[in-house]
Design a protein. Sequence first.
Length: 340
Amino acid sequence: MEKEDRLKPVWRATPTPRHVVIAGGGGFIGTNLTRRLLQDGYRVTVLENYYSCAPGNLQELMQHPAFTLRSHDITESVVALDLGEVDEVYNLACPASPPHYQRDPIFTLNTCFNGTRHLLDLAVRENARYVQASTSEVYGDPQVHPQPESYWGYVNPVGIRACYDEGKRVAEALCVEYARQFGVDVRIARIFNTYGPHMDPNDGRVVSNFIVQALRGQDLTVYGNGLQTRSFCFVDDMIAGLRALMQVADAPNGPVNLGNPAEFTMLELAELVLELVPSRGRLLHEPLPQDDPQRRRPDISRARALLGWQPEVSLQQGLAKTVQYFDGRLRAEMALATQG
């Protein structure tokens, strides 16, 4: 095939199994997506640099005949890798919790821009569909509630969170320009707070913090007065949304919010966790981090209309499954420590 022909945006009608490349496939959402695609008969290649994920997340998949793990940092060229023909690309490769993305802000920005650019170059070469994992953080501390995709956001461009917030915003701009200039079939998902099995116990996110602290009998850390809100989407629902976004015939014109529109305060979340994990711990209030959004709730009208998608798992149901996962993980870690 001539080079100029390969730049035409044609989604190949290849026989199954389709080949999917997932950058950041060893992270929380990436691990769950990888497992689901393998279960459904896809061939999956994960690109992972282990910056913010546990190497053990994908360990049990190493013997799967349709799974390939490549140790690679997407801030370096992806096109240079010998990946074979690629049908779909998911870009989930960026540290997503404040302790991780603030550890090396320049690396976070580099991943958002150059990492995205390298994956888009792969999509150009392979005529592959491309899903960009953006974030609700592009809305900053919103002055419009709930947040529709048409809202441009209220972001501090020089604050402590800017490496992630602005990094994700420029990644969206890059995706749009690749679609305009090269015809890449780009789909942008603005992901709101997601939780569930395979989260990192130490990632600093509120759901994992509360559950792990409760299981250990520790005080639950609440920042500020606890009245700030979030909307929590169980990971199974998020995976279904990402796949629906990838599979819809026509790429949506612009980003699509993916999240659960049910809104909870941090105090309400703490109460739900303590109902599932009775603990002697109390609520320990700490100062609110800089630029921490006060309210966060997605308007998912576009996802319902364009993808036929909406969340199905309630927070109570999802928390119960997540508690079960963390309880088993902490027990296993304790058993290993005892043996050592």
